[in-house]
Design a protein around this ligand. Structure first.
Ligand code: ZN
Length: 130
């Protein structure tokens, strides 16, 4: 089963918790269990699982990536957003998760985050459940 989720980001760099939106789409589609592939079809955004209890975790992750991959780094790419491309590759563009009892089977402190590195933009998240 194929499901799409559109996410509008509001700043250049941002981690958007999309766990509840995905769970709502799974429930609306009547999915009870299966394997869920979640794919972000962009080159300057990514997807990751991390703690959703303390928002400082998300801001620390973004801050660490900014230090590791600065905005201006002597890159060749003419568009001027090489840092965003590199950060997107570091986190990756897909996840493979378990669906059980009608929702994502995550750990207590885990959430699914769309990672925006060149926003604000409208991002498409593609979900396949089998
Ligand atoms: Zn670019």
């Amino acid at each position: 089963m194929y499901i799409e989720l559109t996410v509008k980001t509001t700043s250049r760099e941002q981690l958007v918790n999309i766990t509840e939106q995905i769970n709502a789409l799974l429930a609306a589609a009547g999915v009870k269990e299966g394997c869920c592939t979640i794919f972000v079809s962009h080159t300057t955004a990514a997807i990751t699982v991390n703690e959703d209890a303390d928002p400082d975790v998300a801001s620390d992750l973004l801050g660490f990536l900014q230090k590791m991959v600065p905005l201006k780094g002597g890159y060749s790419h003419r568009e001027g957003n090489s840092d965003a491309h590199i950060k997107a590759s570091l986190l990756g563009c897909s996840l493979h998760l378990i669906v059980r009892e009608g929702s994502l089977d995550l750990g207590t402190w885990q959430g699914v985050f769309l990672a925006e590195f060149d926003g604000p933009r409208t991002r498409l998240v593609k979900i396949w459940v089998d």
